[in-house]
Ligand binder design. Structure first.
Ligand SMILES: Nc1ncnc2c1ncn2[C@@H]1O[C@H](COP(=O)(O)OP(=O)(O)OP(=O)(O)O)[C@@H](O)[C@H]1O
Length: 286
């Protein structure tokens, strides 16, 4: 008769190995880290399963058709919106677990929604960013602030317009003043939402030239530029994120991402994409 006590019929399973912790989706030193991000409004899904990491020295362009989720993504990256799911970490601070006011002060954002007073002197439009206000009142500014505003206007090629009132500027000149204003607080991250929208060819080219100079400056902040048009990608930009319908179509170094394949998929149209030097063009294939 078998000895049941000495030879159990059922062998106890070996204790399970503890599961590996999930790999972090982004490095700690990333300027922007989105992990499994989802944004919903009612039944609408604005972003779904977005993983994206921007390292401090990188310059990213975000491309995609109307409604792809580009502005939503930029609002997250500016700390002006929280995700419905997943995590957003900006400059080492996780949204939802940090003082968002202090974080926003470290981020420069320009968008068409910026409302700047037409009557304000151009110099003051830039200067007042130091106090996060849009009109000069009783704030006190240091000579250093004045010098910085003047230097930024000169850097953006609009130094000669410092004494004009903002409302008298052309659209292209305004865009460059807006970027100077966004740089006034010396942000660590600069977000540009369609900076070339509405500009004529010469205005676009002047802006692209200034952004290329900024991108080449090692002291410049991490940059993310949203656009619909590959022609607006400034030389010196390093990476691209391509979105469609709130999802990532492609992401990575510019040369591998801004291609006929990814853009045709994103814009749902067969496209030819050409690269001449550091500039891109796209047109319908045919
Ligand atoms: N509050 C909201 N409720 C429902 N849907 C919204 C809301 N806000 C935005 N959306 C939708 O989310 C989608 C993404 O919008 P978003 O502005 O991020 O796109 P976009 O890529 O910046 O578009 P565009 O290039 O036209 O500026 C759009 O379809 C928009 O209609």
């Amino acid at each position: 008769m078998p000895n049941a006590a000495a030879e159990p019929l059922v062998t106890a399973p070996a204790p399970a190995e503890p599961p590996d912790p999930p790999a972090p989706c982004a490095a700690d030193e990333a300027a922007v880290a989105l992990c499994g991000v989802r944004v919903t409004r009612g039944d609408a899904v604005l972003l779904e399963a977005v993983d994206w990491q921007v390292d401090p020295a990188e310059r990213w362009v975000v491309l995609g058709p109307n409604g792809a989720g580009k502005t939503t993504l930029l609002q997250l990256a500016a700390g002006r919106m929280h995700p419905s799911g997943g995590t957003v970490t900006l400059l080492g601070e996780r949204l939802g677990a940090t003082d968002v006011g202090a974080l926003r002060a470290r981020i420069g954002l320009t968008s068409a929604a910026d409302r700047l007073p037409d009557r304000e002197r151009v110099h003051d439009v830039v200067l007042t960013a130091a106090w996060s206000v849009v009109g000069r009142f009783r704030e006190r500014y240091e000579a250093l602030d004045d010098a910085r505003a003047a230097a930024l206007l000169a850097q953006l090629g609009v130094g000669g317009l410092a004494d004009r009132s903002y409302g008298t500027l052309s659209e292209g000149e305004r865009k460059r003043v807006q970027i100077a204003r966004a740089l006034m607080t010396d942000p660590e991250l600069l977000l540009l939402d369609e900076p070339a929208a509405g500009l004529d060819l010469a205005g676009r080219e002047r802006l692209v030239e200034r952004l290329a100079a900024l991108a080449a400056d090692p002291a410049a902040p991490t940059m993310v530029l949203v656009t619909h048009h590959v022609e607006e990608i400034p030389p010196g930009f390093t990476h691209a994120l391509v979105l469609r319908g709130g999802a990532v179509v492609a992401r990575g170094p510019l040369a591998e991402t801004v291609t006929a394949e990814t853009l045709s998929a994103a814009f749902a149209l067969p496209l030819e994409v050409r690269r001449v030097g550091e500039r891109f063009t796209a047109a319908a294939a045919g």
